[in-house]
Design a protein around this ligand. Structure first.
Ligand SMILES: N[C@@H](CCC(=O)N[C@@H](CS(=O)(=O)O)C(=O)NCC(=O)O)C(=O)O
Length: 224
């Protein structure tokens, strides 16, 4: 794992794979909260299986996935939703995860639905229905299960298209963590060459709007 030499005592570290769909979720949240100066990124090379080595799974994240946020005091937070919630509420002015109980409930539901119906489904297709991270990492593959999840993700795209026919953002009338999760899903869709169906015009239009946000456009996953 590469590391920088100078670290401010208050700097947080994100263990990261810059173009990865899930790391991109947290990268967008960091940009939306303008926390870039307080966070350093440390590359963990997924294609070399660094995330599966004991020094990572035992010391950083039992689940062996990225991203992981490490606070200055050594506290470790994994899972994109948890990391986003922590970073969003740090300044006492949540803008991504909801500022009322109702907003928090709806945003969490729609973000989790985006994981289940889109992002996580495409991840399973990537790992089981394609060569994924390669034979050193993909020790077990079930292509049929992968293809079923790909089809589930396509249904998910149609679902979110219908949602966006009725409202400007995934969880309602404001940009939120739920939009970021769907963006992560579409980043993964591009990686596996799973095109957004042409008839999903509301989803396509929403995605163009999302890609014009500075917090999104500046991410490595979107640099051509
Ligand atoms: N539920 C986790 C999933 C994280 C995840 O799957 N991250 C990917 C990173 S990336 O594919 O998006 O770049 C990973 O570590 N994959 C490695 C593996 O699954 O072996 C989260 O929300 O953080």
């Amino acid at each position: 794992m590469a590391s920088s030499t100078t670290t401010n005592v208050n700097t947080m570290t994100v263990y990261d794979f810059p173009v990865g769909p899930y790391p991109t979720r947290v990268r967008i949240a960091i940009a939306e909260k303008k926390l870039q100066m307080k966070i350093r990124f440390e590359l963990v090379d997924l294609y070399k299986g660094e995330h599966k080595k004991p020094e990572f799974s035992e010391q950083k994240n039992y689940s062996g996935t990225l991203p992981v946020l490490e606070l200055a005091n050594g506290t470790l937070i994994s899972e994109c939703t948890a990391i986003t919630q922590y970073l969003d509420t740090l300044d006492g002015a949540p803008s991504l995860t909801g500022s009322t109980p109702l907003e928090q409930g709806i945003i969490h539901m729609m973000s989790k639905r985006a994981e289940i119906e889109l992002l996580d489904a495409i991840s399973v297709y990537f790992h089981h229905g394609t060569p994924g991270l390669g034979p050193l990492v993909e020790l077990y593959q079930n292509p049929e299960w992968g293809f079923r999840q790909r089809d589930k993700a396509l249904r998910g795209m149609h679902y979110f298209d219908k949602v966006l026919q009725q409202q400007p953002f995934i969880a309602g009338d404001k940009f939120s963590m739920a939009d970021i999760t769907v963006i992560g899903g579409l980043v993964f869709a591009a990686i596996v060459n799973l095109e957004i169906p042409a008839e999903c015009r509301a989803l396509l239009s929403w995605y163009e709007r999302m890609k014009s946000r500075e917090s999104v456009a500046t991410q490595p996953a979107f640099s051509s």
